[in-house]
Design a protein around this ligand. Structure first.
Ligand SMILES: Nc1ncnc2c1ncn2[C@@H]1O[C@H](COP(=O)(O)OP(=O)(O)O)[C@@H](O)[C@H]1O
Ligand SMILES: [Mg+2]
Length: 324
């Protein structure tokens, strides 16, 4: 059974549709990410699901129940936003106790639940601190503890790691994924970061201008995008001509490079324009004959081709995905 279901969900502001006939089914325990550029309607969708906002048209079901007109309180949803939105005058423990108080859970039971939640996000020992005495990553962990402490049916996360620097963001991504798996809670994450979406989710929903572009597993959307927008939004996209006059997508990891004149060298001659060392990989920007540019991502094995060098590039026809 699906845990969250959207049917033709539309939100208009005047004539402008921030969400336009969106359909989505999320199953129990699934981790789905809504991915799209700024202004594509991601926050609008979450606000409709959480009950902070009402759709202009369409229906929303949670656990099979039609909640289209239910209040936020009636939906039992845990919410985390980019801005931590912690209560500054309360301690960490008081912040996490807050949603329990709202639900009339108090005393020893509330204390136990709050301490368990803080332990899950690895903040035990910091119960008496105030938000201002915590780092950004710790504050976001408090927000997460506060969102899960009352055992919500659904967790909605709106760019929860957006304010953190890259390294911390990557650490928290791993923790978030582990936490979600431990709790088994149905989760919808919003992000504009394609790597985050690809690495965390069971499925991603790509949104543009309020409209669904594709709903698919990360590898499926990355290698077999539904259209050009998805192809370009999910990563570097090489487009190559097809015999029928159409265009095909080849991802940089599928492009092979060999030294010019090597015995096994085959493919098209190209000139290295730029070689960008990325640690495990080297990203080459290459110019083919006729000035077509191609990007290749190749594992770094100790040596790299230098700018100006002539090489051969090739790819398997099986690695070309036709795109409209
Ligand atoms: N209350 C509102 N009134 C008018 N337009 C709005 C309102 N809220 C959002 N929008 C517009 O809807 C579009 C989608 O916004 P939003 O859902 O916040 O996008 P995202 O979260 O993907 O960045 C934007 O163009 C935004 O300006
Ligand atoms: Mg937003």
């Amino acid at each position: 059974m699906s845990d969250i279901r959207l049917e033709g969900v539309t939100k208009r502001y005047g004539t402008f549709a921030a969400a336009d006939s969106v359909d989505l089914s999320v199953t129990q325990g699934e981790f789905v990410t809504i991915l799209g550029p700024s202004g594509s309607g991601k926050t609008t969708l979450l606000s409709l699901i959480s009950g902070l906002n009402r759709p202009t048209a369409g229906r929303i079901f949670i656990g099979g129940r039609d909640v289209t007109n239910a209040t936020a309180q009636e939906r039992n949803i845990g919410l985390v936003f980019q801005s931590y939105a912690l209560f500054p005058h309360m301690t960490v423990l008081e912040n996490v106790l807050f949603p329990l108080g709202v639900r009339k859970i108090g005393g020893a039971e509330a204390n136990r639940l709050a301490r368990d939640a803080l332990k899950l996000v690895r903040l035990d020992g910091l119960e008496e601190r105030r938000p201002s005495q915590l780092s950004g990553g710790q504050q976001q962990r408090v927000a997460l503890a506060r969102a899960i402490v009352f055992k919500p049916d659904i967790l909605l996360l709106d760019e929860p790691l957006g304010a953190l620097d890259r390294k911390l963001r990557e650490e928290l991504q791993v923790e978030l994924k582990q936490l979600q798996r431990t709790l088994g809670v149905t989760t919808l994450l919003v992000t504009h970061d394609q790597e985050e979406a690809l690495s965390l989710s069971d499925r991603i929903m790509v949104l543009d201008k309020g409209r669904t572009q594709q709903v698919a597993a990360p590898t499926e959307a990355y290698l077999r995008p539904a259209n050009r927008f998805v192809a370009e939004f999910l990563g570097i996209a090489n487009f190559v001509g097809l015999p029928d006059g159409g265009q095909g997508l080849v991802r940089p990891e599928r492009v092979r490079l060999s030294a010019n004149g090597a015995a096994n060298g085959s493919g098209k001659p190209a000139k290295v324009v730029e070689a960008i060392y990325l640690g495990q990989m080297v990203r080459y920007h290459l110019a083919l004959e006729g000035a077509q540019s191609i990007v290749a991502a190749v594992p770094f094995l100790g040596t790299a081709h230098a700018p100006g060098e002539q090489v051969m590039v090739s790819w398997d026809s099986a690695d070309i995905w036709p795109v409209t």
